[in-house]
Design a protein. Structure first.
Length: 635
């Protein structure tokens, strides 16, 4: 790559990001102006109707409200910590009520940010208490996801800073990642880690030797998290503090939990998406409010609010302002002291990539940045965190789920090509592939190993022959084409696709397999099953069919139904995949994203069952090859 081409590469990234931003704005405006409320609920972008429960100031002095969804619906939603939201009310006329129609939505000038979501309860931070009374008195209140301007702003600013950089570490990393500047290494004898396998041990040594960048490529079940935790732990023998980031809150929490288990002091910036007692106690917010100086700070903040509330009772304006100034000065001193104490205690600071721009991290620099699930992150998001780092370690698998791109033009231009992919291609010596997997039966693993990983994956001896039933084939594909050549056609509601005949066949297939295993054994051995479909519409239908069928009542805890994205990073004893697509034209749309199929297939430990129309799907070379492979196992 010639000098200057790194600039061109990043300029193209910025142009593609502009396209994605414009498409997000267009979709948001369409959603806001023309999409009905019931459709928004099904899309997972809206909660309605709401009950406002209470308000309070959190430990960071942010005005926070708690709302509750009052209608129980069997639909997923996309609300999670950090996402922006806006409020609306529904105005219904008498005619509309009589016709059973939807009312007109009136958007309130009140925006906030999701702080916490659990079941039907959500807490939202607002800029201040000004809109509180309007929300309390609102009739038929709802909340909707708002356009995430802040994240785009941070990504654009990060790219601009990298493009402008002339001196320092940032332009060096830019030229190493996208240019001809070589990636440097330290020279030392390999360190032994007897509790790791040879592949994992080599990956940790690669990380420790890297002066600039290293990539841990972790296919499904190869112990990527174990390896990354070991690399972080060993790095902390050489550095006082590191920054650990990931694209999603869930991924940050997962790696942070593993570090806590190793006894590493972690400071979690931001609100974990899966708030549990273990991680909650390590969040910046909880650590802040448990500091011995916090009660004094809280009292000062309350005194400031009380002064503003009772301002009319103060005769002298100067006296009022002087009191406020003194109190604010003391509050600032306490905040700085608490902040310094928390960061001095932490060996690992953990946040999402965009969370690394949090005001509490302003001016902070780290010798090493670790980015987990780097293959799911937009390059621009990675640069937000890289600005704070001296060297970068990326971990992930670019053969699994890519970043979600909404603009067709941006995707075609390569916006979904991640920084991890770019570095792996430009600097292949910085990459180490973890080769031994501990999840799948050998016969389940072999096909994705050949197709996606060049046949380099091997099964650990303890999982190679694992199975549930004797003389059972680990993989089978049940063709949904009936004997009379009737094709169970897919349908769509404009949001997603589903296939009722295939869904019913899927439920019956699970019932038959459960009967072979036996109820007693399933419950006593806690055998679990994941039911996956690439389409949300099919997921909703499958959940409804399972819920209605009394046979499955004892197995409710054993069965999880979700999309491919929902199963990322998980595994089950049995995986059943409903592929949905069935049409005379051979159109498979979404199923052409083979990385999604890699994720779906590799969730299975002992048994994988696919249901799909072979006549439709096997026009694709991938599915044709998969069918041939499964047939060869059944000979």
């Amino acid at each position: 790559m010639a000098t200057g081409s790194s600039i061109l590469t990043l300029q193209k990234q910025r142009q593609l990001l502009e396209l994605e931003y414009e498409e997000e704005k267009r979709l948001f405006e369409k959603q806001t102006e023309t999409t009905g409320i019931n459709r928004k609920i099904r899309q997972g972008v809206c909660w309605f109707p709401l009950r406002v429960r209470k308000s309070y100031y959190n430990s960071l002095n942010q005005f926070t409200i708690e709302v509750e969804r009052t209608e129980q619906l069997d639909t997923d939603h996309n609300f999670e910590p950090g996402k922006p939201v806006c409020f609306f009310t529904e105005e219904i006329s008498g005619d509309n009520i009589r016709r059973g129609g939807e009312g007109r939505l009136k958007y309130m000038n009140i925006q906030g940010q999701v702080s916490y979501v659990d079941g039907d309860i959500m807490t939202i931070t607002l800029p201040g208490p000004e809109g509180w009374s309007a929300l309390q008195s609102a009739y038929r209140l709802g909340v909707q996801l708002y356009l995430d301007e802040t994240t785009y702003k941070l990504m654009f600013e990060a790219l601009d800073r990298v493009l402008r950089a002339k001196t320092g570490r940032l332009p060096e990393l830019r030229e190493i990642f996208h240019g001809t500047q070589p990636a440097g290494n330290y020279a030392f004898q390999p360190i032994r880690f007897p509790w790791l396998n040879t592949s994992q041990e080599a990956a940790v040594n690669l990380v420790l030797r890297a002066k600039d960048v290293a990539i841990v490529h972790g296919p499904p079940g190869t112990g990527k998290t174990t390896t990354l935790v070991e690399a972080i732990y060993e790095t902390l023998h050489r550095e006082s503090q590191v920054l650990v980031c990931a694209q999603s809150n869930m991924a940050v929490d997962w790696i942070a939990e593993k570090l806590v288990d190793r006894g590493v002091p972690v400071l979690r910036i931001g609100n974990p998406a899966r708030v549990n007692d273990k991680m909650l106690s390590f969040t910046y917010e909880r650590r802040f409010e448990s500091h011995p100086s916090y009660p004094q700070l809280w009292a000062i903040r309350k005194a400031i609010r009380d002064l503003y509330t009772n301002r009319k009772s103060h005769a002298s304006g100067d006296s009022f302002h002087q009191k406020i100034a003194r109190l604010r000065e003391r509050a600032t001193e306490l905040e700085i002291a608490i902040n310094e104490a928390l960061f001095n205690e932490a060996r690992v600071v953990a946040s999402t990539l965009t969370g690394s721009a949090n005001r509490v991290l302003t001016g902070k620099k780290f010798s090493t940045l670790f980015i987990d699930e780097a293959a799911q992150a937009l390059e621009a998001a990675c640069w937000i965190a890289i600005q704070k780092a001296g060297r970068v370690i990326l971990a992930g698998d670019h053969q699994q789920l890519p970043p979600t791109i909404k603009s067709f033009e941006a995707k075609r231009g390569g916006l979904d090509r991640t920084l991890m992919q770019a570095i792996a291609e430009n600097k292949p010596a910085t990459v180490h592939l973890l080769e031994i997997q501990y999840r799948m039966n050998e016969e389940i693993m072999r096909f994705p190993a050949e197709w996606f990983y060049g046949g380099k994956l091997k099964s650990a001896p303890e999982v190679k022959y694992r199975g549930i039933l004797d003389w059972d084939t680990p993989i089978e594909w049940i063709d949904t084409q009936t004997d009379d050549d009737t094709m169970p056609e897919e349908t769509t509601d404009g949001l997603s696709r589903c296939n009722r005949a295939e869904a019913e066949m899927t439920i019956e297939t699970i019932r038959r397999y459960f009967e072979k295993i036996g109820k007693e054994r399933i419950l006593s051995e806690r055998i679990d099953l994941g039911l996956i479909s690439p389409y949300k519409g099919q997921v909703v239908l499958l959940r409804q069919l399972l819920k209605k069928d009394p046979y499955f009542k004892p197995f409710r805890q054993a069965i999880t139904v979700n999309t491919v994205d929902g199963f990322q990073g998980q595994e089950r004893d049995i995986i059943v995949i409903s592929l949905v697509r069935a049409n005379q034209e051979g159109n498979i749309g979404f199923l052409n994203d083979l990385r999604r199929m890699n994720v779906a297939i590799t969730r299975a430990r002992m048994k994988l069952i696919l249901l799909g129309n072979k006549a439709t799907l096997c026009r694709s070379p991938f599915y044709k090859k998969l069918e041939s492979y499964i047939e060869s196992l059944n000979v």
